[in-house]
Design a protein around this ligand. Structure first.
Ligand code: MG
Length: 463
């Protein structure tokens, strides 16, 4: 890891946790000393019991992970090292093997220079927001345990995380039904951590598997770690070239999955999420679905048809997971491809979602394109982002609110409904200095004009 010449600063007022764990550019924004101090604080918060540590395939992952192991041992915890694993595999193994908690070294879908720390509770789920504040307090107070030579922890390898994870997924779907369809499938892990798990899962489910971008590489040379539809042209082309039934792509740490139909059309995660919700609702009564403000209104249409309830949350998988637990919901999803199936584990899981999608298509007996077109009307979406420096974010949001016309929801950012079927969401990112703009409508013209108008407004307000 290279040490940059700029200063490494962490002021006492710093909020460490963002939307999804603690994220930074190692060696530039934060040092390995920071990782040790943070994981000493995490070890102190977790208390007695062993901690499982894993990492995704990022270039800084090994150094970060060794620092995290050291910090945890320094706080007196014994540590087991799972090595490179998808985040959901680490989370599943924490619960299945009875660890006190887990630490995942990952920056998920962020660009290759980023890395981060995610804290997992004994239930396998990211810890609640209030507990993140407890860790921040220990960190800033300097009240972390620092064990002496007698009390310092030890570490050992934990090689079984991926095997357990795959067994867990397979126990939650109808394997015979899926195998009977003999799906042919193109898998694109984007050089991320699902390279080590998803192809084996799909083979075990009886699929013919074709892989692309499936060599683990922390520089993410093929298409980057974020599986947005416009980046998945290779997946789309491969599905059409080999005549596959389906394609799937994952993000860098393998908790998000984006699907491509047999004609090469790639769907956002709220379409696949709503399709899975619709399928699972056939056998679930009085159900609640949880999804953030940013996902499509099709979920309300599905829920109304199946007499289910929709609970909207702030953006961030932690909010979705924790709301699912509070409400006893049966399913949750995000528009970025993070689906949560609590019957397996209440976390986003690309592998579990893929297995459910195969079961859904096997049960319905139609290709993905027809499953989607038969399930809900077409809505159009568009997204963009604007670079806005941290100090200008608040003023920009205030200016947008002032100029907004229509009903405004303020659960997270500003969701402005310009008519009954058209909304635009303007929201500062929790992890990067940008403002995101999402919009959805029942016509393409409205989506484009609303997006253009809002983009102009945000740019003018942040200039
Ligand atoms: Mg991720």
């Amino acid at each position: 890891m290279q040490r940059a010449s700029c200063s490494i600063v962490a002021s006492a007022s710093d909020k460490l946790f963002g939307t999804n764990g603690v994220r930074f550019v190692p060696g530039v924004e934060r040092s390995l000393d920071f990782v040790i101090k943070l994981t000493e604080s995490i070890g102190t918060y977790l208390g007695e019991g062993d901690v499982l540590v894993g990492r995704d395939g990022r270039l800084s992952g090994q150094a970060m992970s060794l620092a995290a192991v050291s910090g945890l041992m320094s706080s007196g915890r014994n540590v087991a090292e799972a090595g490179v694993v998808p985040t959901p595999a680490l989370q599943y193994a924490v619960r299945a093997l009875g660890y006190r908690g887990g630490v995942m070294v990952t920056a998920s879908h962020n660009p290759p220079q980023y890395n981060g720390i995610k804290v997992v509770g004994a239930d396998g789920v990211e810890i609640p927001r209030l507990d993140e504040q407890k860790i921040e307090k220990i960190f800033h107070d300097g009240s972390m345990n620092k064990a002496n030579w007698r009390g310092v922890g030890v570490s050992r390898p934990e090689p079984s995380a991926i095997r357990l994870y795959l067994q867990g997924i397979m126990s939650k779907v109808d394997r015979k039904l899926i195998a009977g369809r003999k799906f042919s499938m193109v898998v694109d892990p984007g050089n991320g951590a699902q390279s080590l798990a998803a192809p084996f899962l799909l083979e075990s489910l009886g699929c013919k598997v074709i892989t692309i971008n499936s060599i683990l590489d922390g520089s993410f040379p093929a298409r980057g770690p974020e599986p947005t539809p416009e980046k998945l042209t290779d997946l789309s082309a491969a599905v059409r070239a080999v005549g596959a039934d389906l394609g799937v792509a994952y993000d860098g740490d393998g908790d998000r999955s984006i699907f491509c139909d047999e004609m090469g059309r790639v769907y956002w995660g709220d379409v696949s999420g709503a399709l899975l919700a619709d399928y699972l609702l056939e056998r679930t009564r009085d159900a609640t679905i949880v999804t953030p403000v940013s996902s499509s209104q099709i979920v309300e249409l599905v829920a109304a048809r199946r007499k289910a309830k929709v609970v909207r949350t702030r953006v961030g998988s932690v909010d979705v997971s924790r709301t699912i637990i509070e409400r006893g919901a049966f399913f949750g999803f995000e528009e970025n491809g993070g689906c949560i199936y609590p019957a397996h584990l209440t976390v986003r899981d690309g592998g579990m979602t893929t297995a459910l999608m195969l079961e859904c298509l096997a049960a319905r007996g139609v290709p993905l394109s027809r499953a989607v077109s038969g399930a809900f009307p077409r809505f159009y979406q568009a997204k963009t982002k604007v670079q806005v420096s941290q100090e200008k974010v608040r003023g920009t949001m205030r200016a947008v609110e002032k100029q907004a016309s229509g009903r405004v929801e303020k659960l997270d950012g500003l969701k402005i409904w310009t008519d009954e079927r058209t909304w635009v969401l303007v929201r500062p990112s929790g992890t990067e200095p940008i403002i995101r703009i999402f919009t959805e409508s029942d016509t393409e013209e409205k989506v484009n004009s609303v997006l253009k108008k809002m983009l102009r407004m945000v740019k003018a307000a942040s200039a």
